[in-house]
Design a protein around this ligand. Structure first.
Ligand SMILES: CC(C)(COP(=O)(O)OP(=O)(O)OC[C@H]1O[C@@H](n2cnc3c(N)ncnc32)[C@H](O)[C@@H]1OP(=O)(O)O)[C@@H](O)C(=O)NCCC(=O)NCCS
Length: 176
């Protein structure tokens, strides 16, 4: 018998983020271990990942960001966030951040589902302009191009990859 994978995308409130800290930390740690340039240097521990998402839970509670998670057969396999611009002159703008899918769950369209839901959640929150940046030449750059994001350009040597090597960043925007 073939079991069809059911991917469920859920918006997590602050209490749910706290309840899912282990799942979220595991996804982040897996991505950093896999070499993803998402803000951290290796080695990156599960405990550090929990602390990172504890801080995000606080932001979710304060209405400063929205956190989405993807579940496959009940297990958390991916996540993304919509971070509202803090300045009063940008009430219509948000950043897309921390798009992460576990290595074992990639290439099944989970990031696409997360981004489609992120865009609709952003619209529902009154945001019409989204911005993001990502490592130049990575899998995510292809994803965003495929999903209709406009490439602004490349900033050389913007950040360090987990192994400490400098990498370039590509900036994108999308009107939603
Ligand atoms: C970038 C990232 C989020 C993409 O996640 P994903 O769930 O694998 O993305 P998708 O499945 O939607 O698309 C990935 C590829 O799988 C392909 N794909 C999607 N569904 C598929 C399916 N059912 N069968 C085969 N291939 C499929 C897509 O066409 C795409 O192909 P491409 O990379 O050759 O263009 C993931 O690689 C990741 O977490 N990377 C590390 C963290 C990172 O860099 N995040 C970005 C921060 S800005």
């Amino acid at each position: 018998m073939t079991v069809t994978e059911q991917i469920e995308i859920r918006r997590l409130g602050a209490t749910e983020v706290r309840a899912q800290l282990d799942g979220l930390a595991a996804v982040l740690a897996d991505c950093v271990e896999g070499g993803a340039g998402v803000g951290y240097i290796a080695p990156f521990t599960h405990e550090e990942g929990r602390r990172v998402y504890e801080a995000y839970a606080e932001d979710v509670e304060q209405g400063r960001r929205i956190l989405l998670a993807a579940f496959s057969f009940g297990a958390l396999v991916g996540t993304v966030q919509i971070v509202f611009a803090p300045h009063p002159n940008q009430p219509h703008r948000a950043d897309i951040a921390r798009m992460l899918v576990r290595r074992s769950a990639r290439r099944r369209g989970i990031a696409r589902l997360l981004m489609e839901r992120a865009e609709s959640e952003a619209r529902a929150a009154g945001k019409t302009l989204l911005v993001l940046d990502t490592v130049t030449g990575g899998d995510a750059e292809r994803l965003y191009t495929r999903l209709g994001w406009t490439r602004v350009g490349v900033i050389p040597g913007y950040a360090l990859s987990p192994n400490g090597r400098p990498c370039d960043t590509t900036v994108f925007w999308k009107a939603v």
